[in-house]
Ligand binder design. Structure first.
Ligand code: SAM
Length: 230
């Protein structure tokens, strides 16, 4: 379970109704039972349920069980798509070990107002499910121009382009790297030219079919983890 503050031995943590329902009704735990919690800072801890109510639970952390992981520096940068699919993408990015998820607004992005708190909630749930001890950072939403202008020197930009590019197998660069996925309508020709010409850009193809943006994100991250990950 994720705890949104730094955990310390013996310092009680109170969690609200959602956590109470999950621990008491779903997992059937009760006072005196142990649970694992993490805080994206100190790592994972074993904690004992000191009070178990319907609206809240109190946990007392006892000892660390795993240090906070240091994920490979792979970022997923993607143009916002319909809310549920974008949240699904964020969830999968977390499961697939992304260190950062950044929304990038392009000319053909027709979805406005990405809800950062909902993306974060989905990534927290995914981290709990896959037992990560570090949450992916949520990058500030940027327009493509600013994203490219601010792109750090020395970082590889993996430009996933449905119109061509090198087969991923021999082309994927190691960390630090950012995978860039376009919107439902794809990048415009000018955007494509600008991205491909950017320092550090590696244009890759994920195969001859046009994948949905969420499928492309998952395919690219999975391939990167398999070929270049830890
Ligand atoms: N209209 C579909 C949708 O609703 O999601 C397809 C969108 S596709 C144009 C979105 C992005 O996925 C592209 O900009 C590209 O980054 C990536 N993509 C899709 N198929 C790809 C492929 N075969 N190779 C590389 N990238 C791909």
């Amino acid at each position: 379970l994720f705890v949104d503050r730094e955990i310390a031995a013996g310092r009680a943590v109170e969690l609200g109704a959602d956590a109470a329902r999950y621990l008491i009704s779903v997992l059937r735990l009760s006072q005196g039972d142990d649970v694992l919690i993490f805080d994206d800072c100190t790592g994972e801890w074993k904690a004992t349920i000191a009070e178990a109510g319907k609206r809240a639970v109190v946990l007392v952390p006892e000892e660390t069980t795993r240090p906070r992981e240091v994920p490979a520096d792979i970022e997923l940068a993607a143009a916002p798509i319909k809310r549920q699919r974008f949240e699904w993408m964020a969830e999968k990015a977390c499961e697939l070990g992304a260190a950062r998820f950044t929304p990038v607004v392009t000319q053909r992005t027709d979805v406005r107002g990405v809800k950062a708190d909902r993306l974060r909630m989905h990534m927290i749930e995914a981290a709990e499910q896959c037992e990560r001890t570090a949450l992916p950072a949520l990058g500030e939403e940027l327009k493509l121009g600013a994203f490219l202008d601010e792109f750090p020197a020395g970082r590889a930009l993996i430009f996933c382009d449905e119109e061509g590019g090198a087969p991923v197998a021999g082309a994927l660069p190691p960390a630090p790297a950012t995978i860039l996925i376009g919107p439902e309508g794809g990048f415009t020709p000018e955007e494509r030219e600008r991205i491909a010409g950017h320092a550090g850009a590696v244009r890759v193809s994920l195969g001859p079919r046009i994948l949905r943006a969420d499928t492309a994100a998952v395919a690219a991250l999975s391939l990167w983890q398999a070929l270049c990950g830890d």
